[in-house]
Design a protein around this ligand. Sequence first.
Ligand SMILES: Cc1cc2nc3c(=O)[nH]c(=O)nc-3n(C[C@H](O)[C@H](O)[C@H](O)COP(=O)(O)OP(=O)(O)OC[C@H]3O[C@@H](n4cnc5c(N)ncnc54)[C@H](O)[C@@H]3O)c2cc1C
Ligand code: HEM
Length: 550
Amino acid sequence: MSKTFSTADVANHNKKDDLFIIVDEDVYDLTSFQTEHPGGQKILQRVAGKDASKQFWKYHNEGILKKYQGKLKVGSLDSKAAEAPKSAPTPPPEPKEEKAVAKPESGTVSAEPTEKVESVAFDAFGDLVPYADPSWYQTYHSPYYNETHVALREEVRAWVDEAIEPYVTEWDEAKQVPEEIYKQMGQRGYLAGLMGLADFPKHLAKYQCKSVPPEKWDAFHELIITDELSRPGSGGLVWNLIGGFGIGCPPFIRFGQKQVIERVLPDILSGEKRICLAITEPDAGSDVANLTCEAKLTEDGKHFIVNGEKKWITNGVWCDYFTVAVRTGKPEDGAKGVSLLLVERSFGGVSTRRMDCQGVWSSGTTYVTFEDVKVPVENLIGKKNKGFQVIMTNFNHERMGIVIQATRFARVCYEQSVKYSKKRETFGVKLYQHPVIRLKLAHMARQIEATYNWMENLIYQSIHMQEEEAMLKLGGAIAGLKAQATTTFEYCAREASQIFGGLSYSRGGQGGKVERLYRDVLPTPFPVVRRRSCWISASDRRSRCMSSWA
Ligand SMILES: Cc1cc2nc3c(=O)[nH]c(=O)nc-3n(C[C@H](O)[C@H](O)[C@H](O)COP(=O)(O)OP(=O)(O)OC[C@H]3O[C@@H](n4cnc5c(N)ncnc54)[C@H](O)[C@@H]3O)c2cc1C
Ligand code: HEM
């Protein structure tokens, strides 16, 4: 049970075998913990019985307290207990009253437009480091969001702060995210909302999102979920939770056959079963039309027999279902001989092996082999030999997902840098007091804001255009935005690494997020590279990135 202490009480616990400290008016018993403290025992013994808040914040990020509080906190100071009790969390804001629009009187000339676009400024949210959250979190007006977005933002952030952020580093090192977290993605209705569909698919989803009525769901809600999930700064985490699903499920739900969708989709959306997209092969990446994994129709016309290999398949090791690009035509037919099939692991003949990669460790990058897998023809997604078109329909959505992640990852690099530069002193002043460091921060912020604003605009366009119009008009713009977002992320990861110095090169600790994101940068541009509309190749990016180190 939590006790109340005076500073004099705490001062009595000042020995190696009875070691209490105070951090922010809370009292921690570190007697047993000191031997496992990564910063060493002696440093704790020096502050035994004292208020060590200043020293604590010098060496740690916020996540450390959250993680260890349950285990080590034994009470609070009487000064804290005397404070007024904390008020209950603020409920989601009520819908704002409609603003009256001034109408000009007849016969007068008005400088005001007769109708204004509805624009709302919401309460401040987050810790308000300038540019470390989108501007609509920091009381800027925006035409894009309403009270359901605000409520969802609060809901996702509370979950991420409590159940995800403190453990992300452990999960990354273990190359696995607990299954329970994925299931919660389903139970919270997030998976069902992340498919780029105009409507929330409530007829197939066992669960709905608490904060947003299905009829109000839109692409900005998707933005919020992906953005908030990216805040812990782990590409592995985000790709674990939405990587395979976000690219593997939409083609199936749009073009799969009704009876197959009804059989398998409810369990996929609830997080019980997992799905991924398997296109790339050891010999065919950018050049998809050249793929060789074959699917031959049986003589009775009831099954395809699938044989071949797929490489770098996100989530593959954990998946029950694979949306697979296969060759159903002749090799010389190129893209016109490609089909999509839903391959189920339960059919037999599917083997998966985890690959060791530079980054995105907890995303489960996988090598897949199909050996004489017997797939019923009902599992064809779209028409035979028209699979290439089906893959193309998800490009805008797939790219936008990467844009959102890359932009938040860039923000995380920036946010970490701002916070650290206010702590670290060199040559007698804080880091941020050096103009060169402030210039780095300013260049990071301007690119992040430019990218986010373009992103909001294109999401808005995608909501208001018909599907075909959006494909025709937005494909090039979204590809360009993806190049913008991933280059911004690369830039910010590099600049943040410079600001953190040695801390960005060792794993964990204060520079841990930046170190991890630096490793996670490279695959973010990849899926674009695969398509013909690529802007800059991954290898060009890498060499540019390398040369800028020189
Ligand atoms: C972490 C990770 C996760 C992935 N997840 C998935 C997944 O879930 N599903 C999936 O199907 N695939 C996945 N991929 C594969 C990814 O889509 C491919 O790596 C990508 O398409 C590039 O293919 P490749 O690696 O074979 O490169 P190649 O096609 O061999 O290309 C090599 C280089 O040459 C450049 N290049 C190729 N052709 C041209 C050209 N005409 N002009 C100029 N430059 C060119 C490319 O840009 C690239 O830089 C993943 C990859 C990674 C690393
Ligand atoms: C509640 C009490 C504390 C807990 C739970 C705790 C936990 C940790 C953890 C988990 C790390 C690993 C680095 C990281 O992941 O960020 C760490 C590092 C460290 N801690 Fe603590 N700590 C506590 C108190 C203190 C105090 C009071 C001091 C100083 C007086 C201190 C000094 C350090 C130092 C110097 C490091 C190494 C930082 C580095 O590698 O750059 N810690 N601590």
